[in-house]
Structures are given as C-alpha cells and as structure tokens.
Write a protein of this length. Structure first.
Length: 381
C-alpha cells in the first residue's frame, strides 16, 4: 500500500500549516478560545476561502476531497495549531446530510462549505455514556410534522451553530438500534434553548434543550427509524478527525519537548544528554509513530464497504490515540519539569487537548470493548 499523500493533499497540508503558523500563533489562539464566540468568524471565513472546509466534502457534495486521507490531512494540521474553529461539526453534520439527505437537504452543503452556515452534530445526551444507540430524546409525529422533546449535551460550538443535526427516538426502547431518526433543526427554532459554557481545553460547548420543538416533515433526514447507519458513519468521520487532530497535537508536543531537551541546562549540562531522558524520548517517538499508523489504517478503511472492518479500524485508532495521547501529555510535561504546567506555555494546552480528545466520541475503554465486540461479530459471521 502506498502511504504517500497525493500532490493535491500535500499542497493542502503545506498551505494550511503555513496559514496556521502565520495567522494562528498561540497568543492569538488563546485570545480566540477565551472570546465570547469561542472561535474567530474571520478565521472561519478564511478557512472556507482556502478550501479547508471544501476538502472535507466530496465533489458530488460540492467539495473537492471527502476521503479519509483528506480529513486526516486537514485535522492533523488543525491539531498542530490547536485550532478551535468548528470543523468537527462540519464533518459530522455534513456526512449525515450527504448520506441520508434528499436533494433539498443536500443543498445545505454548499452553505456549510462556503462557511456561511455553521453546522453542529447533536447526539450525546446527559445520561448517555458513548453508546451510539442510547437516545432518550423523543420525536413524536404530530399531523404531517414532528415534535421534539429532550436534551443533548456537550455540543462543540453549539451556541454559534446555525443548524443542528439531531438524533431522536421515534420508536423502540432507549437502547434499541432500530427506531433512531435524524432531524435538521435550525438554531432559531422556537422551543430550542442553548446554554453554553467554556471548555477546559479551549473553545465552547453547549447543552441543547428541546421543549416541544415543532418541525415540519422536511426536517426528517433519511427514513424514519432507520438513522443508526447514518449516525454510525457520521460518528466514524468524527472519530477519524479527532484521531488525526490528536496526532498533530502529539507532533507539536514532541517538537516542543525535543527543543527543550536540546536547550535546557542543568548543572551546566544539556538535559538532553542524560541517558534516562533519551530513552524516555525514544519510547515516546515510537509510540507516536504507532499512533500515526493507526490513523493511516483508519483513514484507509473509512471509505470501505465492509462495515465491521471499517468500524474496527476506527475503534482501534481511537483506543490507540487515547492511550498514546495521554502518555505524550504526561511525558512531555514531566520532561519539561515544573514549567510544563504553566498556563503561558503552549505545551500545557496541548496536553489538555490530548486528554480531552480521549473523552470525545468514546474513550479508550469504550473503544477497546467495541473493537472486541466487533471482532466477535466478524468471527460469528
């Protein structure tokens, strides 16, 4: 298998890395993350103009990429810069609309790609624990429309979103795979309230409450009660994006740690010359390469037709990223010593982001169990 990126992807990566290095310095990123918006509308529009959002979508949907490696290239660069703009929501909501939407609904993709519409994916709930089928939000048919009741939790950039893709149960028990439907809910729909708060690793998240939200028949995305497959694909795209973002953050933390070991002196000697630290750094470099291999495997599998193979590769990558990301955060800070914990040093923010990525869309324990369960399904088949 050829693991080298195409020329177009290399050009995209170079342009995006250069833009982030020049326009998204840590001080500016810190200011953006602490702002009322939680991201920069100006930077968001520049990402759209650079084609960064379009790279996440296929040509059929109006983009010029959309493959697993396109997502990986973009999000690895975003991870290096600790970018807080809402590209994860664009990936997940866009995938759901692309996979299940009708022609009128797919027309929304153009607005997402050009940056004029910010989309968010709302699936996690206050009482759920990563389970994809655990949906308590209800959607009841009233006449030719729907009424939504329930809540969604920890929606990235939910306060600034213009459109939500929302999972709701239209039939069955709380944990049933069948009976899950997806809906398009504009942010200004009466009955929808959004409560936002800052996230510990930068940016903002929101809790959505649906208090008898009335929707028309056109809000249903796909077939009633058969939204799980679309939900799984959207979450899979999100998992790959997070894994690639974590890889970029690991690379940045690694570079910062190597630079510190090469310049910091103790008792007049560079600490990078200490054999114990050299061994720890060598182990860390090997772990990061293993993480990169896991991301490559997931990116290659995500567009495959075999569901079990695809989902196992994604869960394997998320498990690896969770374990290795935490290790990189801990080791990098320890090798920096006390300065590694200071708020002014970018490393502390990379460490927080790596730890939090483990908890988005399923932590390492969840994905290890899922990997095993999918393997048993594969054997049984």
């Amino acid at each position: 298998m050829n693991f080298e990126h195409s020329e177009d992807r290399r050009m995209l990566a170079d342009s995006l890395n250069r833009f982030i290095a020049e326009q998204y310095a840590f001080e500016k990123r810190d200011h953006i993350a602490k702002s009322a918006h939680g991201f920069s509308p100006e930077i968001w529009q520049q990402f759209a103009e650079l084609g960064v959002i379009g790279a996440l979508f296929s040509e059929t949907d109006g983009g010029f990429g959309g493959a697993g490696f396109d997502i990986a290239v973009v999000f690895e660069a975003l991870g290096r810069g600790l970018v807080v703009e809402p590209l994860l929501g664009a990936v997940m909501a866009g995938e759901a609309i692309s996979a299940a939407g009708n022609e009128a609904q797919k027309a929304l993709l153009a607005a997402i790609i050009d940056g004029s519409v910010i989309a968010a994916f709302a699936h996690d709930e206050p009482e759920s624990h990563y389970e994809q089928t655990s949906v308590q939000t209800r959607a009841e048919r009233i006449g030719d429309g729907w009424v939504l009741t329930g809540a969604k939790a920890v929606v990235p950039q939910g306060e600034q979103a213009d459109l939500f893709v929302v999972s709701a149960r239209t039939s069955g028990a709380v944990d049933d795979e069948a009976g899950i439907s997806l809906f398009l809910v504009p942010a200004k729909t009466p009955g929808l309230s959004v409560r936002s708060c800052p996230a510990i690793d930068g940016g903002r998240v929101a809790e959505l409450t649906f208090d008898g939200v009335k929707l028309g028949a056109e809000a249903l995305l796909g077939t009633e009660g058969q939204g799980h497959a679309t939900l799984e694909r959207a979450i899979g795209r999100g998992v790959l994006a997070l894994c690639a973002e974590a890889l970029g953050a690991m690379e940045a933390a690694k570079t910062a740690t190597l630079d510190y070991l090469r310049t910091r002196k103790q008792f007049g000697i560079l600490i990078g010359s200490f054999q114990a630290l050299q061994h720890r750094m060598a182990d860390l470099l090997l772990e990061i390469e293993q993480a990169r291999s896991a991301v490559i495997n997931a990116a290659a599998a995500i567009d495959g037709a075999d569901r079990v193979t695809r989902e196992r590769a994604l869960s394997a990558a998320k498990f690896s990223i969770g374990r290795i990301g935490t290790l990189v955060a801990e080791e990098s800070i320890q090798m920096h010593g006390g300065i590694g914990m200071t708020w002014e040093l970018p490393l502390a923010h990379y460490a927080k982001r790596l730890v939090m990525i483990d908890h988005q869309l399923g932590d390492e324990d969840h994905h290890l169990q899922r990997f095993i369960a999918l393997g048993q399904q594969q054997v049984a088949a």
